[in-house]
Design a binder for this molecule. Structure first.
Ligand code: NDP
Length: 475
């Protein structure tokens, strides 16, 4: 009995360190091994239309004051041809290419060459060299966590330039927005294509590659799990975290500066969007080490979905609210502004606390307090292909007792707040909440499919104990 207990404890610890066991779920890990027709159709759809969607949104703002219907009406009624719209679109310029190359190079330098010092003086911050989760091939990658530092340095320089040096205008991003879009696309496609070639010819870890045999699926969803150049340049962490997310807050500042230039003031809606999204971005960097254990890093391979998505989709579509507010400077009533602020902060609180509760619970193997009480949980196990049994726990206390993905609910509340800050005149700023709802609902289903295969009937017990996914009593 004692031996069994010890084995169980040791295995529990082993599980903790190896949050995602090496072989256990290799069959379901990350993306699929075989491609069904629906996945292929979705991949082809996204490959063809995602770049057009981004172009359409940005062009609508530049040429149609952010109306999504006017360009279509113009085309349908024959007022304009596609070529008219295309010919009015700014082209790639040397200036934009220079700005973009400098930007990406600077972020590479900050990422690769400047070891983290923030963790040495910021209490509670986890930075410096950290380990990721175990990959399906059993590799534990080391990462230099220095995103917060990169964000701080970049922003200090940005403010120093805006306040003192005046080397470039703070509106630089807005002023070159479409030429920069072409640069972002070039990098997005280049890095995804390079990742594909690398996966075939010189993978970082051949055992962590997946080939379905379907070119489009492999291109989109990636072949290599953790492509790297050298010891430290990790594609997934770099492209996921920077340059897109560091740029997010700078882009918003550039939009605020443009409002100031055009209208002589910055509206309260613009301030709200800047502040709420900055909280989200800083939270991301503050918790970058934790982020190594999330689905993006633990399960997704690096392909066009992440490469192009991080270079183009994220910086261009996550910042639509700020862009919209340049064209429509909305001044909110006090009640409306306070409502947006409260929703945004409440959403952030739920998002952060839910993630924190799971992190604390898993780190301490359940020996912690959640809302002042010992957490309740369901013991579960899974068996690896070599027959070893591993133990894990699924918490049913705190926010994890309210719904199975309450962290997503908080995220969605925050996302809705950004959109509501833009008023109700146009649908364009609401794209973000629509997209996030689809993304996170799809994630719930994807994650639950994986957990159900992993934990079997114990997952069923968990879903009986916590029957709702996102909204208690509703879904
Ligand atoms: P989670 O952090 O929710 O992780 C899911 C995993 O947690 C499961 O696979 C399971 O892993 C474990 N788990 C599930 N239920 C429990 C439980 N009751 N107790 C303990 N462990 C449990 O998912 P993500 O990685 O997708 O998301 C992380 C955050 O990132 C979220 O807050 C999300 O909102 C945010 N996000 C934001 C995006 C954006 O674009 N803005 C995009 C994607 C995510 P195991 O196998 O270890 O049991």
């Amino acid at each position: 009995m004692a031996t069994h207990q010890e084995k169980k404890l040791a295995e529990g610890r082993k599980h903790q360190n190896m949050q995602n066991d090496t072989k256990a779920s290799q069959g379901q890990w990350g993306r699929a091994w075989e491609v069904d027709w629906f996945s292929l159709a979705s991949v082809l759809f996204l490959l063809m239309f995602a770049p057009l969607i981004v172009y359409y949104f940005i062009m609508s703002c530049a040429q149609y004051q952010c109306s999504l219907t006017d360009p279509l009406l113009d085309l349908l009624m024959g007022n304009k041809h596609l070529s008219d719209i295309w010919n009015s679109t700014p082209v790639l310029t040397y200036k934009a290419a220079g700005i973009y190359s400098l930007w990406v190079t600077f972020q590479v330098v900050l990422y690769v060459f400047i070891p983290d010092f923030c963790h040495k003086f910021l209490p509670g911050y986890v930075g410096g060299v950290q380990e990721g989760a175990v990959t399906p091939a059993g590799v534990v990658n080391k990462y230099e966590i220095n995103g917060l530092q990169a964000w701080i340095i970049t922003h200090v320089l940005w403010f120093a330039n805006a306040a003192c040096f005046h080397f470039f205008s703070p509106t630089i991003m807005f002023d070159n927005w479409i030429p920069l879009l072409w640069c972002a696309n070039i990098l997005g496609y280049a890095v995804s294509t390079f990742a594909m070639i690398k996966g075939y010819f010189f993978p970082t870890n051949a055992k962590d590659c997946k080939f379905t045999g379907n070119f489009f699926y492999d291109y989109m969803m990636g072949i290599e799990f953790n492509p790297r150049i050298g010891k430290w340049f990790d594609f997934k962490l770099f492209f996921n975290g920077r340059p897109g997310i560091v740029a997010w807050t700078l882009i918003n500042l550039s939009f605020a500066a443009k409002q100031q230039e055009l209208y002589g003031e910055v509206t309260n809606s613009m301030v709200l969007v800047n502040v709420l999204q900055a909280i989200y971005v800083v939270d991301f960097f503050w918790n970058e080490a934790w982020y190594l254990k999330t689905i993006d890093i633990c399960h997704d391979h690096f392909g066009w979905y992440l490469g192009w998505g991080d270079c183009v989709w994220l910086p261009y579509l996550y910042t639509l609210q700020g862009l919209y507010l340049v064209y429509h400077p909305v001044q909110l009533s006090t009640a409306h502004a306070v409502g947006v602020l409260v929703l945004g902060l409440l959403g952030y609180y739920i998002f952060r606390m839910t993630n924190h509760q799971k992190d604390l619970f898993r780190r301490t193997n359940g020996k912690c307090r959640i809302w002042g009480k010992k957490p309740e949980y369901i013991e579960c196990s899974y068996v690896s292909v070599d027959g070893t049994k591993y133990y894990s726990k699924l918490m049913t206390s705190g926010f994890w007792g309210w719904a199975r993905h309450f962290n997503y609910t908080g995220d969605l509340m925050g996302s809705l707040a950004y959109c509501l800050a833009c008023g109700f005149e146009h649908v364009l700023p609401y794209f973000y909440i629509i997209y996030m709802t689809i993304l996170l609902t799809h994630r719930c289903i994807r994650d639950e499919h994986r957990c159900s295969s992993k934990y079997g009937k114990e997952w069923k017990r968990y879903t009986t104990a916590v029957p709702y996914r996102l909204l208690p009593g509703v879904f």
